[in-house]
Design a protein around this ligand. Structure first.
Ligand code: 26M
Length: 825
């Protein structure tokens, strides 16, 4: 058997075909007389899965033999997107499969379309985790991703009568060929219950007995690296009832009650919370967080114990990265196991914990910061609350020794927020329990040290770092934009740029070459055509392919200012209408303005923004006078697979948040790589994009972060009519005069900027935004100049590969070495 297993799967067309046919017969139990495209997708996926599994098992066996250090990436969210094409590209088998399938009468691209898009995340934070996995595998880092296997991903967004409607996303409907269910990897998870203290040989020991016990089961998802045999694991936990627990309740005689408790257990990993910017404090969410944390720590400990090392060596072998505060209880869970179960002294345990954990912050919005009520936390996890109090006590003692009588410092640094409703500040816990804390773009990391975490920074400046986000060029160029990939291959003379985006900088002279410019425009046009059909099918709108494709896709939030974008669209509409027909083409560049993104179900203002976009779209698209000079579309259900169509087709993309509020943004990086020009504020990673591609190749506008507070104060003390310029006033008046209908909703929406202090300073930035838009029109008239800037954007985007980001995490936080497994062939 071992001899047989040493034979790796052959890659010839015939071998691929026979493996697919084999799966049709034996995995799907199908015949060629009753066979659909979906079956084809399933058979192909199983054949690719076989290859992944070989590599996957070898990878961890090799890591284990080499006794390497691991990084554990802990995240409540992963937006991995579709797997089939990504796996084929990373295994460098796409060409072979394409041919093999064509031979059998199937177009591989339509096979790709059969796959569901696993959407176990909300937005930027979840997609970042997925890009990181791709880079960790590609760079041969010994890594594990850990998360939850939600049965329902983020809701599917439908637009009905202009409003967002949420439809449950039961993504496992057709099975999931990419996961491996580990029937043998199960851990018990406890909730509630009580704690007792025992004294044993003069030492106090704490015992926590949970009163609800469930099981977490592992589902493994292989993540192949590009151009390497290394394949790492994304291990997702599913909650199940514990049979041990059943035994008790069934014996008490109430059969149906016992079944109910089984269902409660399964419910924990049922659904992803669809918020990305507000914290709600729901117990079920805390159960999710603890389930991830507890199962993951148990798994890591089991692996470490096989090494038979001492606990103090744990940080040499393990780095644990917290993707925001969502898994922060891991700090407490490891402390609990080390002290209560493994019998370490508190200080010994703290050394181990502190030196292995690191925390990434993704937002400075105060409403997003997690604070668990002590009652809720203490009821669900009594021992953890006690440990948090201990950590806080020891920490604050140090503080008061260093800063005697500084009550302000004590109360801002404390893990506990006092008040009528006492809460635990998860960010403070994460900072105190970690040896490294990082923001996700230079500006954001800077703001953490000067504002949000100022006092922590002064305490330990060396702890605070920046790790500017990045995105994987495999999915975002190679998979999403095959035309551009082929062009870059020709320019570079190889596909080396996929692993080293920085080499593209050596070819900047091509930006002036008319032949290259022409090819570049052709590629963009083909991508625009693909999006044209997508829009026609889903929105029923006929776009002009020659119009400027202007796109803003991201979660809907006031700070991202989709409202400013749509108000400018109205401005343009009014201006077109005012201009005599014969002069319109001279004054306005035809534009197709597209919006996409989900609103959190309870976020009423965000939902009203969607309503406004659709109201404007209705009016403008049906106005004969306007024709193709202006089209407005809301792209429904923005997700990873739709992004792969939308981004490569975009010519202008909008990243227009109030300065200081977008921690980084990552789609801005994807757009730039795909040769799209940015209209944006000096916020998040835009600042670094401007540094790399040159401000002259972007459309930068608006208040800088230092000016925001002052502008806010000015506006607080005046009527909106005094600081709204005439252009914005006229737009608001048009809406209020019911030009677009839906007056009730839309007036309420406008009141967020008219009568609520305009916290996001939309009124203050509007004029400068309009000017930037004018610069866009002017440049677009010069196709060659526009294309030149497009090329330069792409060639200078190397910094924003997640490979660069992950190398920095590995070297500056994790202290991790790559470990490449030998290629079997
Ligand atoms: C919190 C509590 C309960 C339920 C959900 C949440 C929650 C989930 C996701 C809160 C925030 C979440 O995500 C925030 C996020 O996506 N932040 C974005 O992170 C990106 C990656 O670093 C950045 O590029 C974006 O600027 C930042 O907004």
């Amino acid at each position: 058997i071992w001899k047989l297993m040493e034979k790796y799967l052959p890659n010839s067309k015939e071998a691929i075909q026979s493996s697919v046919v084999n799966h049709v017969e034996y995995t799907l139990a199908k015949t060629r007389f009753d066979f659909t495209l979906l079956h084809c997708y399933q058979a192909v996926s199983h054949s690719v899965r076989d290859r992944l599994i070989e590599a996957f098992n070898d990878t961890y066996q090799y890591f284990n033999n080499k006794d390497v250090k691991y990084v554990y990436y802990l995240s409540l969210e992963y937006l991995i997107g579709r797997c089939l094409q990504n796996a084929l590209v990373n295994l460098e088998l796409e060409g072979q499969y394409k041919e093999a399938m064509l031979d059998m009468g199937y177009n591989l691209e339509s096979v790709y379309e059969q796959e569901v898009d696993p959407a176990l995340g909300n937005g930027g934070l979840g997609r970042l985790a997925a890009c990181f996995l791709d880079s960790m595998a590609t760079l041969n880092y010994p890594a594990w991703g850990y998360g939850l296997r939600y049965s329902y991903g983020i809701f599917r967004q439908q637009i009905k009568d202009g409003y967002q409607v949420e439809v449950p996303d039961y993504w496992l409907d057709r099975g999931n060929p990419w996961e491996i269910e580990r029937l043998d990897v199960n851990y018990q998870i406890k909730f509630y219950g009580s704690i007792t203290k025992k004294v044993e040989d003069g030492k106090e020991r704490t015992i926590w007995e949970g009163s609800e016990i469930i099981v977490a089961r592992a589902y493994d998802n292989p993540i192949p690296g590009y151009n390497t045999f290394n394949t790492i694991n994304l291990r997702l936990w599913r909650s199940l009832p514990s049979s041990e627990f059943d035994f008790k309740s069934f014996n008490q005689g109430d059969y149906f009650k016992a079944l109910e408790s089984r269902q409660r257990a399964e419910f924990i990993t049922s659904v992803l919370y669809p918020n990305d910017s507000t914290y709600a404090g729901k117990e079920l969410r805390l159960k999710q967080q603890y389930l991830l944390v507890s199962a993951t720590i148990q798994d890591a400990i089991r692996r470490f114990k096989k090494k038979r090392k001492e606990w103090k060596e744990w940080p040499k072998y393990n780095a644990l990265q917290l993707n925001d505060t969502h898994p922060a209880l891991a700090i407490v869970e490891l402390m609990r196991i080390l002290t209560d179960i493994e019998g370490l002294e508190y200080e010994e345990a703290w050394e181990v914990v502190y030196n292995s954990f690191a925390y990434t912050n993704h937002t400075i919005l105060p409403e997003a910061l997690e604070k668990w009520g002590v009652e809720l936390l203490g009821n669900l996890l009594p021992r953890h609350l006690e440990i948090i109090y201990n950590i806080n006590h020891i920490f604050l003692e140090k503080i008061s020794r260093k800063y005697p009588n500084d009550w302000r410092k004590l109360s801002t640094l404390s893990l506990v927020e006092e008040g009528t409703h006492k809460t635990i500040r998860m960010a403070n816990l994460s900072i105190v329990g970690s040896h490294a804390v990082n923001g996700v773009a230079a500006l954001h990391s800077q703001l953490l040290t000067t504002n949000l975490f100022k006092d922590f920074y002064e305490l330990r400046p060396a702890k605070f770092q920046n790790k500017t986000n990045g995105v994987t060029p495999r999915r975002w160029i190679r998979c999403a934009n095959p035309g551009l990939s082929a062009l870059l291959n020709d320019v570079v003379g190889s596909d080396d740029w996929i692993l080293d985006m920085d080499i593209l900088k050596n070819f900047q002279k091509i930006a002036d070459d008319p032949a290259i410019q022409n090819r570049w425009m052709q590629v963009k046009r083909q991508n625009k055509e693909k999006l044209y059909w997508w829009v026609k099918e889903r929105c029923g709108v006929d776009l002009n392919i020659d119009s400027l494709f202007d796109i803003q896709v991201k979660r809907i939030h006031e700070y991202k200012r989709q409202l400013m974008n749509i108000l400018y669209v109205i401005r343009r509409y009014l201006d077109i209408k005012k201009t005599p027909a014969e002069e319109r083409r001279k004054l306005f560049v035809p534009r197709s303005i597209m919006f996409g993104g989900k609103a959190a179900p309870g976020y009423i203002t965000a939902k009203r923004i969607i309503r406004l976009v659709n109201a404007v779209s209705q009016k403008v698209n049906n106005d004969q006078e306007v024709g193709d000079l202006l089209k407005v579309v809301f792209l429904p259900n923005y997700n990873v697979s739709n992004a792969q169509v939308i981004i490569p087709a975009s010519e202008l993309s909008q990243h227009i948040s109030t300065a200081g509020l977008e921690a980084s943004g990552t789609s801005n990086m994807k757009f730039v790589m795909n040769g799209c020009l940015i209209i944006g504020t000096m916020d998040g990673a835009n600042v670094e994009i401007a540094e790399e591609v040159g401000e002259e190749n972007m459309f930068i506008f608006g208040a800088r972060v230092e000016q925001v507070e002052e502008l806010r104060n000015k506006m607080r003390n005046s009527n909106y009519r005094d600081y709204f310029g005439p252009r914005l006033t006229e737009v608001c008046d048009a809406i209020s005069s019911d030009l677009f209908g839906y007056k009730y909703d839309l007036d309420a929406l406008l009141d967020t900027i008219r009568n609520k202090n305009d916290y996001y300073i939309l009124g203050a930035d509007f004029e400068s935004y309009c000017e930037a838009q004018q610069r866009v029109d002017n440049l677009y008239r010069n196709k060659s100049e526009w294309t030149k800037k497009s090329i330069l954007n792409s060639l200078r985007s190397g910094k924003f590969s997640s490979d660069r980001t992950i190398r920095q995490y590995a070297e500056e936080i994790w202290d991790l070495e790559p470990c490449e497994i030998p290629n079997p062939s």
